[in-house]
Write a protein that binds this ligand. Structure first.
Ligand code: ADP
Length: 477
């Protein structure tokens, strides 16, 4: 098997590789991927630093052309890359192709943003003086990504970093290096000068940590667990470096008595279980008012019976496997915890055998849960949902906000009054009305509050806030 190498200073390097295993079928090895050493990472950072002066002053047309070409190639190869994504991560092929399409849209959007860079010109408070406010690139950006969106998250960090004139050292998650390698290869062939984008695959403890410890990285954008996010924050403060964190969620979805039952059930099933519940925007707490509670539980469990769990590449599959054995153990441990805490296991909870060796788990619903149980407070990151019964909207709103997290929150209601009130009073970064809490657009800001996020928003034109630094210049003519 050929080894997919790291890209350092424009050269493909690395001679030993680690196996990328398909979670739908552990006999299927997706490929071998090089593992960077601490020394490789230092070289990548040095290359990005050396490439920065020229790239930061490169013309906007050069950046536009490379990002546009990348978008076009990703889109043209969506079937192949979607298959790779589903093989390495385990989401269904439809979800894989959807995510690849999203990555192409993101590159296309930021190709356009290169042509829309603007500043402000103001009169000074002192007559005869002009003030210009411009945005400049930051320098070397460290990008650290998780396994659950193997192409979209790298795209929404790499595209704006390059668009605004930064150079990059990119470390993808160990479990899913395939899509990351593919987009770096595409960008490299699209004409990026050497050192502008460096790929360093390997373990967080070596590759990620070397990035955190480097004084030459001007900004780190991270998506992953709360624990690692705190390390990124601490190391970044030490180096006086800008950082942006996207971490966990325990996203509530309120279902009110006046909800359209079909809409509410579909939104809950989608955001609770699709993508195997492995989305930071998944609805893992359903908060349901008394009047609709029993009907909703019946309809949701009926819907869950129709969900087919299986090999991600089979057309009949609705939910693929859990990503790996470690995550599967975390999910089943939480299922045991839920039972011990006294919640009622209304559906699922069992590991499933299929004709290929993989990490298949039933979608799982706990009813009669409380908001104080660990299954309602801690992020499980699997297809496991707690359902909590409440009296009315006021209790539901208070409970929705009673969480350490604040990424996404939803409400199913036909009442304009409650929908409007919820949009204003939810303590989440993203609010959904009659929609799943997961599933967002690529051209608008993404991010949360409280323990979910830190720093400025990702995506859309708001991305400029992180990837640039503002300069204020005064001129007396
Ligand atoms: P998860 O538990 O979902 O894998 P992590 O936070 O461990 O979440 O992983 C997210 C990303 O952070 C991965 O690319 C991982 O390799 C990286 N990472 C893990 N540990 C460190 C660390 N000490 N320093 C920097 N990056 C790390």
């Amino acid at each position: 098997m050929t080894i997919h190498q790291n890209l350092i200073a424009g050269e493909w390097v690395g001679s030993t590789g680690s196996e990328n295993v398909n979670p739908s079928d552990t006999n299927d090895i997706v490929g071998l991927y090089a593992q960077a050493t601490a020394d490789d990472v230092s070289q990548a950072i040095a290359a990005a630093k050396a490439a920065f002066p020229a790239w930061s002053r490169s013309g906007i047309l050069e950046r536009h052309a490379i990002l546009k070409k990348t978008a076009d190639e990703i889109l043209a190869r969506k079937q192949e890359l979607g298959t790779l994504l589903s093989r390495e991560e385990g989401k269904t092929l439809a979800e894989g192709i959807g995510e690849v399409t999203r990555a192409a849209q993101i590159f296309d959007f930021f190709a356009g943003e290169t042509l829309r860079l603007a500043g402000e010109v103001l009169p000074s408070a002192r007559p005869g003086i002009g003030v210009e406010i411009t945005r400049e690139p930051l320098g070397v950006i460290g990008i650290i990504t998780p396994w659950n969106f193997p192409i979209a998250i790298p795209a929404w960090k790499i595209a704006p970093a390059l668009c605004y004139g930064n150079t990059v050292v990119f470390k993808p998650a160990e479990l899913v290096p395939g899509c990351s390698w593919a987009i770096v290869d595409i960008l490299h062939r699209a004409g990026l000068p050497k050192g502008v984008l460096n790929l360093v695959m390997g373990p967080g403890s070596v590759v990620g940590q070397t990035m955190l410890d480097s004084p030459d990285i001007a900004g780190i954008t991270f998506t992953g667990s709360t624990g690692t996010g705190k390390r990124v924050a601490a190391a970044s403060i030490e180096h006086n470096r800008k950082f942006q964190l996207e971490m966990g969620g325990k996203n509530p979805m309120i279902v009110l008595d006046d909800a359209d039952l079909g809409v509410a059930v579909e939104a809950a099933a989608n955001s609770g279980f699709f993508s195997t519940g492995q989305r930071c925007t998944a609805s893992s707490r359903l908060i349901v008012t008394e009047g609709i509670h029993d009907k909703f539980v019946d309809a949701l469990t009926e819907r869950m019976k129709s969900i087919q769990v299986g090999h991600a590449l089979r057309p009949e599959t609705h939910i693929g496997p859990v990503v790996d054995v470690r995550q599967l153990k975390q999910d089943t441990d939480y299922i045991e915890i839920g039972v011990k805490e006294g919640a009622k296991l209304a559906f699922g909870g069992e590991r499933l055998e299929r004709d290929t060796p993989g990490f298949f788990l039933q979608p799982t619903l706990f009813t009669e849960a409380t908001n104080q149980m660990r299954i309602s407070r801690e992020e499980i990151f699997g297809p496991v949902v707690s359902l909590i019964r409440v009296k009315d909207y006021d209790e539901a709103l208070a409970m929705a906000n009673d969480t350490p997290f604040g990424l996404s929150a939803g409400i199913a209601t036909t009442s304009l009054k409650y929908a409007t009130h919820f949009k204003r009073n939810s303590e989440a970064g993203m609010v959904m009305v009659n929609l799943p809490t997961a599933g967002v657009d690529f051209h608008v800001p993404f991010g949360g509050r409280k323990a979910s996020s830190f720093g400025s928003r990702e995506q859309g034109k708001y991305a400029a806030e992180f990837f640039t630094v503002v300069k204020t210049a005064y001129t007396q003519a």
